[in-house]
Design a protein around this ligand. Structure first.
Ligand code: B12
Ligand code: SF4
Length: 452
């Protein structure tokens, strides 16, 4: 059987991500390709830098589906099915709304697929696909295959991403992790992770784990084993987990050069409302200084639109972010992804502006009524913050103040500056409300105005 795997990226997300320059490849489909054994053959298309050929020779097409890409994925799936291909959908959105995804697929894989994906391949080859596959038990991460990075086209420096763990012990109210993975935390054997890292040709890689340091013992063992491998890497962790100096020192020795911290907000109230009070605003400055002392830069996640946020939040965040010394940031608009506690709350309160999932992308639209400002004010504040934070003088000031790995930070920051300078968020979203695409820099605003 010929299996075609697709990493989808709708036009708009693609324009945004490519603008940033520094994008590591997505792991999911190269990883699932690792499960395909002869006589079956597998090919991979990543829409980041390739186009999908709907007439490509394939018996089965597998597509991963997150919420912002859902409508795009459904269009691809429908087109493949019209051409007689079997279509299998999986990933966060297909897991959250399997009935919706099932209207566009021959089979939907709900949740983690380490045990169900091989079954799907067997069943598809025997033409006995079931409509839904779900593994009731959390699959082990022991002995999982290495991702097929050889199938990734281009991106030689940025193709190496890997996971070592699965899950996160926290329960932030806007996060989908609890709905898409079994709650049990799992770890890959350290030697298997290190063996995979040794296959990387490029000197850099990224851990795509949600919280690599969630278990300090495991993380220290992993770092000790990565020492001497000679690679530089980045990972996502919580600020609280970096209080452990021994772990930071081990990470630095192992080649860690950047930690992504989901700080999200400088408002204690917003963090409390998001069930993220483990981020203590008063500790940001000392925490970041501690990480800097290990010659590791800090990239922060910043999200606007929590119920504690108002018009003053944007300037306060700019001041806070500059004061605490972060090297860069990924800035987003709060997005109520389906099935999260925040989605349920906003839906019950009648505060959702749309359930057209293409607006649920955290970057280019506001999908709900904020509590203490209008959707327009949230959009304008978010754009104002991005323009200021990524203005060349602000970037230079941050890099100068931090003094840690200035070239690395310059590259990351300039990538984001490009997305602001090119006014990428002003471009229309495919499939969006036609009237919304005409003049308004925030596409959803026009929809909001037309609401009864
Ligand atoms: C790394 C990452 C990124 C990276 C790369 C994206 C990627 N998909 O690789 C970057 C930084 C670019 C990114 C961006 C975004 N991300 Co992201 N990201 C992740 C993260 C942390 C890990 C994904 C990963 O590689 N996992 C490892 C692989 C092996 O596992 P997996 O993808 O879960 O796949 C397993 C199963 O789901 C299943 N499966 C998945 N797809 C398919 C398909 C088929 C056919 C089958 C059979 C099985 C199957 O099989 C796998 C094995 O069990 C996840 C959180 C998470 N842990 O999943 C969030 C997550 C996927 N991201 C999320 C979001 C919201 C975004 C953004 C919108 C955020 C933003 N503010 O910009 C953007 C969207 C970008 C885009 N291109 O669409 C949400 C998605 C929620 C949703 N409802 O869709 C998640 C779940 C985070 C969360 N905590 O809620 N992200
Ligand atoms: S810490 Fe991150 S991964 Fe964990 S629940 Fe919160 S947002 Fe999700």
């Amino acid at each position: 059987m010929r299996i075609l795997l697709i990493t989808p990226e709708n036009r708009f997300i693609k324009a945004f991500r490519r603008g940033q320059l520094n994008n590591f490849a997505q792991l999911t489909m190269p990883y699932l390709a690792g499960f395909v054994r002869p006589p079956h053959q597998v090919t991979l298309v990543d829409e980041y830098n390739q186009s999908v050929d709907l007439d490509a020779p394939a018996d089965m097409v597998g597509i991963t589906c997150n919420t912002p890409n859902a409508s795009h994925v459904y269009r691809l799936a429908d087109a493949f099915r019209r051409r007689g291909r079997l279509v299998v959908l999986g990933g966060p959105h297909a897991t959250l709304l399997p009935d919706e995804a099932g209207q566009h697929a021959d089979a939907v894989v709900v949740g983690e697929a380490e045990r169900t994906w091989p079954l799907v391949i067997e069943d598809a080859a025997a033409r006995r696909l079931q409509p839904v596959y779900y593994d009731e038990h959390p699959p082990s991460l022991v002995g999982i295959p290495q991702a097929r990075r050889d199938l990734i086209r281009g991106r030689k420096l940025l193709r190496n991403t890997i996971i070592a763990t699965r899950g996160c012990p926290h329960r932030c109210r806007y996060c989908n992790l609890r709905q898409i993975y079994h709650p049990d935390l799992r770890f890959r054997p350290v030697d298997e992770v290190v063996a995979e890292v040794r296959t990387f040709r490029s000197p850099f890689f990224t851990f795509w784990d949600d919280q690599l340091f969630m278990d300090a013992g495991y993380a220290r063992k992993l770092c000790a084993s990565l020492e001497g491998v000679g690679k530089r890497w980045a990972a996502m962790v919580t600020l609280a987990s970096t209080r452990n100096e021994r772990l930071l020192a081990a990470a630095a020795r192992a080649g860690c050069t950047c930690l992504f911290l989901g700080l999200e907000s400088f408002s204690a109230e917003s963090l409390r409302l998001a069930n993220k009070a483990f981020n203590v605003v008063e500790t940001y400055e000392e925490g970041i200084a501690r990480i800097h002392r290990h010659n590791i830069t800090v990239q922060a996640g910043i999200v606007f639109g929590f119920d504690g946020d108002d018009e003053a939040t944007f300037e306060a965040t700019l001041r806070g972010a500059t004061r605490v010394g972060i090297d860069g940031a990924t800035v987003s608009i709060l997005t109520p992804f389906p099935k999260t506690p925040i989605f349920d709350e906003l839906q019950q309160a009648g505060r959702l502006l749309t359930t057209d999932w293409s607006y649920y992308n955290s970057k280019t639209a506001v999908a709900f009524h904020p509590a203490r400002m209008s959707a327009r004010q949230l959009w304008d504040g978010y754009m104002w913050f991005r323009r200021r934070f990524f203005a060349p003088e602000c970037i230079l000031e941050r890099v100068r103040r931090s003094g840690v790995r200035p070239w690395q930070s310059m590259v990351l920051n300039l990538g984001y500056w490009r997305t602001v300078a090119n006014r990428i968020p002003g471009k229309p979203i495919p499939g969006a409300h036609a009237a919304a695409q005409l003049h308004d820099p925030c596409p959803l605003m026009a929809v909001e105005r037309s609401l009864p």
